[in-house]
Ligand binder design. Structure first.
Ligand SMILES: Nc1nc2c(c(=O)[nH]1)N[C@H]1C(S)=C(S)[C@@H](COP(=O)(O)OP(=O)(O)OC[C@H]3O[C@@H](n4cnc5c(=O)[nH]c(N)nc54)[C@H](O)[C@@H]3O)O[C@H]1N2
Ligand SMILES: Nc1nc2c(c(=O)[nH]1)N[C@H]1C(S)=C(S)[C@@H](COP(=O)(O)OP(=O)(O)OC[C@H]3O[C@@H](n4cnc5c(=O)[nH]c(N)nc54)[C@H](O)[C@@H]3O)O[C@H]1N2
Ligand code: SF4
Ligand SMILES: [Mo]
Length: 735
């Protein structure tokens, strides 16, 4: 399984000894059927990359790194973090978990163990620069942040896409290998409409593209709902008995008519009316929004409005609409829910000390990290950081300030495979093996998949001798920080015993008669992530229940299915996915009411003259695959797209560079004039800017590009605390 993005494509890896000779698509994979994208070949290049770290590094007093033994590096890391914590308290150590954690079985299980060991409230992750608004809106509507409805891509007759480019990203919050073919299938059955300020690759392959002004998706979506009210096409269908709050919503949104929002969105009223009618009268329809709708100032409201449209047309939780996957192994989320009222959503249990931004799902918004290091009062200041598989210095808004902040840290540890823009600030870097040297199972993304799937990949290659596995690194740090390094097998046995108790005494009473000792025995003595996965699978919805259902799933059985097992299309799950206090779908809430008031205030506002949005590229993977020659060769891709009319008014042309300025910073970018973007909108990809002194990225350095997040403004946030990368007002400075 390729672990580079959410699509989870099956790959076949051929090797001679420890050398990969070939990577190809696995045509027997029941989900991806042989499909791969160019990044999959990067798995081999990543394995071979001489710059990839293979031994721990310790930074000396002169600032340069030296290789160290695992024992020494772990001791220095633990001692350094512990000493800051002893001097200033638990919250003086911050943690940041980046995107690749979600793709690692090891990190998914042992990362949280390490974070808990630190006992800090200063926890950050890439969630708050990504999907947090969708999690908040799902928590409000359904009670759980991971209860995200997924488009039933293979059955829907009408797909309305806002701010997503699955032909390039390969799908996100929508695990769907070969999105291109699946979208083509929808076009053959019906229609695909893409709403995006840029005529993206997906827009070009769609039936229709609507260019929308950045940040105005909530206006557009609510106007669609209003148009349906007006023509009498609201039809909740099977959802009717489960809805709460529609009359409040209906009243609060009534001002956002197609006419009222047309100019603001730049989509004509008659087009809005037509799309509304098409969506509601289609046999089935799914509305789907991604980065363009989450990473904007009204991200939570836009994400909520996406599902409002699905709900008022009866398309939630039915085939061809948006549905809730039922993963084989994943604690929490959609799995093994018991119908009945739940605890509902709670946010803001603690706050950042400078801006008072609320906690959500146990984490704080990472756009606040720089000030928590630089400006917080002495007593609450962050003085040390632990980063795990993250590159915040290229990924988080306000990079210049964050750089200054990281320079100020007293101590820093990074678990990472590269010495890059972020990890160069660390005192100790601990590199896990590359993906092909470890087993994988996607605990996160089958929670978000367009079909129910299970796949397990054993390590494709033997682990390099002397290397430590990712789980061993994380658990060693955790035990060290909990009171002293412990023998790993004993620590893992202890952890497993805790998990077994949680699982069999959980709210699902199906397993309450299981005996913990028998379960422990059945899972075997070999420590590590595999027996934890086995526990999850066996107690999961398809599991063998340790004997209760003899033909059910276990890891041993899954291993026999080399290419994975297709568990079938998504099935309706109402009401078992509901965890709201009322036990219903709660359409109305205080947060939504406040956001609607905000939206109302913006209706009459003039749009900024020029705004910045982002874009992804097929051969790029956020910030960290740019050291692979095959993926970066060719012309410079870090270009600023600008509409010909804007180029003319600023006197600019392709190939020239210009200085851009925002409230957060300024930088020079190379122009690419193109009518792909709408007038008044410019686009720059993220993840570039590899010119940092001291990073060990010899290939990336040759085509450094520029770091767009110098321009992104840490003050532009959605109500969830998520960064608004899209719709940032920009000025072009005269040369
Ligand atoms: N302007 C702008 N900024 C954005 C975005 C945008 O659209 N526009 N998108 C945002 C989004 S959606 C995301 S998810 C974030 C990503 O933000 P981050 O997660 O901070 O950054 P990545 O580029 O994914 O960096 C991954 C890091 O993990 C390391 N790594 C890779 N594989 C492994 C592994 O197996 N184990 C370990 N321990 N380390 C590994 C890499 O060397 C790298 O340092 O960026 C966000 N930033
Ligand atoms: N090749 C590749 N694949 C990736 C990644 C990668 O870096 N490279 N990153 C992975 C990650 S971490 C993620 S989160 C996913 C993201 O997956 P996607 O969200 O599908 O990817 P993006 O390219 O960020 O698409 C966002 C789209 O939103 C548009 N947009 C910008 N502002 C607005 C707006 O205000 N309204 C609307 N309607 N549209 C807007 C942009 O023009 C862009 O086309 O991709 C994943 N897959
Ligand atoms: S789409 Fe590409 S990067 Fe994503 S899993 Fe498939 S092969 Fe890997
Ligand atoms: Mo992401």
């Amino acid at each position: 399984m390729c672990t580079l993005c959410e699509a989870t494509c099956g790959i076949s890896v051929e090797s001679e000894g420890t050398k990969v000779t070939r990577v190809a698509g696995d045509s027997a994979d029941p989900f991806s059927a042989g499909y791969i994208c160019p990044k999959a070949f990067g798995m081999k290049a990543l394995q071979d990359d001489p710059d990839r770290l293979r031994t721990p590094l310790i930074r000396g007093a002169n600032g340069s790194f030296r290789e160290a033994s695992w024992e020494e590096a772990l001791d220095v890391a633990i001692e350094g973090l512990d000493s800051v914590r002893k001097r200033y308290g638990d919250d003086s150590v911050g943690t940041y978990a980046g995107n690749p954690n979600a793709h690692s079985l090891h990190a998914m299980i042992y990362g949280p163990v390490l974070t808990r060991a630190l006992r800090t409230k200063q926890r950050y992750s890439a969630s708050s620069i990504d999907q947090l608004p969708k999690m908040v809106s799902c928590a409000l509507l359904f009670g759980g942040g991971l209860s995200v409805p997924i488009p039933d891509l293979d059955r829907t007759e009408y797909l309305l896409v806002l701010g997503a480019n699955p032909l390039v990203s390969n799908g996100s919050l929508m695990t769907a290998p070969n999105a291109k073919a699946r979208l083509q299938g929808i076009r053959e059955r019906g229609k695909v409409v893409v709403v995006d300020p840029r005529r993206s690759e997906t827009a070009r392959a769609a039936s229709e593209h609507l260019a929308i002004r950045p940040g105005t998706d909530a206006f557009f979506l609510l106007a669609l709902v209003n148009a349906l009210v007006e023509i009498g096409l609201i039809d909740f269908g099977h959802l009717e008995p489960w809805l709460d709050g529609w009359s409040d919503v209906k009243q609060a949104i009534s001002g956002f008519t197609p006419e009222a929002v047309a100019e603001r969105t730049s989509i004509p009223a008659e087009t809005i009316r037509r799309i509304a009618k098409e969506f509601a009268s289609s046999g089935s329809a799914a509305c789907y929004g991604r980065i363009g709708t989450t990473c904007q100032e009204l991200g939570t409201l836009a994400s909520w409005a996406v599902d409002l449209l699905n709900i008022v047309t009866g398309n939630l939780d039915r085939p061809g609409g948006v549905m809730f996957p039922e993963p084989a192994a994943m604690r929490g989320g959609n799995q093994l829910k018991v119908a009945g009222p739940g605890r509902g959503a709670r946010f803001g249990r603690w706050r950042t000390s400078v801006r008072g931004l609320p906690e959500a799902f146990g984490e704080l918004p990472v756009a606040a990290l720089a000030e928590e290091i630089l400006d917080a009062p002495e007593e609450t200041r962050v003085r040390a950081m632990l980063t795990m598989a993250g590159n915040p210095l290229l990924s988080v808004p306000g990079s210049a300030r964050l750089e200054e902040a990281f320079e100020r840290l007293e101590f820093m540890v990074s678990v990472d495979i590269y010495l890059n823009e972020t990890t160069r600030h660390a005192h100790v870097i601990l590199p896990p093996p590359p993906p092909l040297e470890r087993e994988s199972y996607d605990l996160a993304f089958y929670q978000l998949s367009v079909r129910n799937i299970v796949k397990f990949s054993p390590p494709a290659l033997p682990r390099t001798s002397g290397a430590m596995d990712e789980w061993e690194i994380l658990l060693s740090l955790a035990t060290g920080l909990m009171g002293g390094r412990m023998e790993l097998k004993a620590a893992d046995d202890f952890l497993l015993a805790q998990l077994i108790n949680q699982e069999i005494s959980g709210k699902d009473l199906r397993f309450s008669d299981l005996d913990a000792q028998a379960v422990t025995h059945a899972l075997g003595a070999q420590p590590g992530p595999q027996r934890v996965l086995d526990l999850f699978l066996r107690l999961g919805p398809y599991g063998d229940g340790f004997g209760a259902r003899p033909d059910g799933l276990s890891l041993a059985r899954l291993k026999q299915a080399e290419h994975g097992i297709d568990l079938g299309p998504l099935r309706p799950r109402l009401p078992e996915f509901l965890e709201t206090k009322s036990g219903k779908i709660e359409l109305w809430s205080e947060l939504i009411s406040n956001e609607l008031a905000k939206l109302d205030g913006r209706l009459g506002e003039r749009a900024p003259d020029l705004v910045l949005i982002g874009r992804r590229q097929l051969r790029s993977n956020n910030s960290w695959m740019h050291n692979i020659h095959a993926l970066v060769k060719g012309p410079d891709r870090c270009t600023l797209l600008m509409h010909p009319a804007d180029a003319a008014r600023f006197g600019l042309s392709s190939g020239r560079s210009t200085t851009l300025k925002t409230r957060a910073g300024q930088l020079k970018a190379t122009i690419e004039v193109s009518d792909e973007v709408m007038p008044g909108v410019i686009s720059l990809p993220h993840g570039w800017g590899h010119a940092s002194e001291g990073a060990r990225l010899s290939v990336a350095r040759e085509r450094p590009g520029v770091n767009v997040n110098v321009l992104s403004d840490p003050a532009l946030l959605d109500v969830s605390g998520n960064a608004a990368f899209n719709g940032v007002p920009v000025e072009i400075l005269p040369e």
